[in-house]
Design a protein around this ligand. Structure first.
Ligand code: VGL
Ligand code: ZN
Length: 214
C-alpha cells in the first residue's frame, strides 16, 4: 500500500537533471546519476510532471569565470545577497544542459528553463535569486500549478542542497504542501546535509521515499 496515494492534485517537479551535474560533469554532484532510476519509477503516478533546466547564457553572473580573480565556490555579494560562484555549467544549447538520457521525457507536461538572464541566477524553479532591482522575480511555475489545481508538490532531482532546496522552500512559501523525494535527490555537498534538513524542517517540507509513492 502506498503511504502517499498520488492523485489529481499532485505534481512532480524534477529539478535540473542535466549532464553537467552528473559525476563526470563540470559541476559534479556526487552520485547524481542515481536519481534517474527512482524518478523513472514514480513518474507514471503523476498527472502533472514538470522538469526544469538550468539554462545559462555564456558569461553568466553565477560563473566564477565571469569575475576576474575569483574561483569556483567563492561567495560574493550580489545585489545585497550572497551568491556562490560556480564552474561554468549548463550553458544554453550545449550538450551538458540537455535533460539526461533515461529521464522519462515523454511524460513531461512542462519544461521550465531558469537562470536564463545574464545578470541574475535562479536556484529555485519558482523565483529567481535577487536581481539588480532587489526583487526575486517569479518564473510563473506557481501560476501554472495553481491553474491545474495542484495542491501538493513533490520535488526530486539535483542538487538537494541548492536548487531542490530553494525550490522546496519557495513551493512551501507559495502554500503548496511540499514533499522532497529524498532518494531521488543528491547534494553537491553531502557532508552538509544537516543544514538542508534544518531548512526543510523549518519550512514544513516533508521528506518521503520514492517507494512510499508506489
Ligand atoms: C545548481 C548550482 C548552480 C543546481 C544550479 O541545479 O542545484 N547548483 N546552478
Ligand atoms: Zn546554475
Amino acid at each position: 500500500m502506498s503511504t502517499f496515494p498520488i492523485g489529481a492534485g499532485d505534481a512532480l517537479v524534477i529539478i535540473d537533471v542535466q549532464p553537467d551535474f552528473l559525476p563526470d560533469g563540470p559541476l559534479p554532484v556526487p552520485r547524481g546519476d542515481e536519481v534517474i532510476a527512482p524518478i523513472a519509477r514514480v513518474v507514471a503516478r503523476f498527472d502533472t510532471v514538470v522538469a526544469t533546466q538550468d539554462w545559462h547564457p555564456p558569461g553568466h553572473v553565477s560563473f566564477a569565470s565571469s569575475h576576474p580573480g575569483r574561483k569556483p565556490f567563492d561567495t560574493i555579494d550580489l545585489y545585497g545577497a550572497p551568491q556562490t560562484l560556480w564552474p561554468d555549467h549548463c550553458v544554453q544549447g550545449t550538450p551538458g544542459a540537455r535533460l539526461c538520457d533515461g529521464l522519462p521525457k515523454a511524460d513531461l507536461d512542462l519544461i521550465l528553463r531558469k537562470g536564463t538572464r545574464l545578470d541574475s541566477d535562479s536556484y529555485s524553479a519558482f523565483r529567481e535569486n535577487v536581481g539588480p532591482d532587489g526583487h526575486r522575480h517569479p518564473t510563473g511555475l506557481a501560476g501554472f500549478l495553481r491553474e491545474r489545481n495542484v495542491r501538493r508538490v513533490f520535488l526530486c532531482g539535483l542538487a538537494r542542497d541548492v536548487c531542490v532546496r530553494f525550490s522546496a522552500l519557495d513551493a512551501a512559501a507559495a502554500d503548496f504542501a511540499t514533499f522532497v523525494i529524498d532518494d531521488a535527490t543528491r547534494a553537491v555537498h553531502p557532508q552538509r546535509r544537516a543544514e538542508t534538513d534544518r531548512a526543510f524542517a523549518e519550512a514544513g517540507v516533508t521528506l518521503v521515499a520514492s517507494d512510499d509513492l508506489l
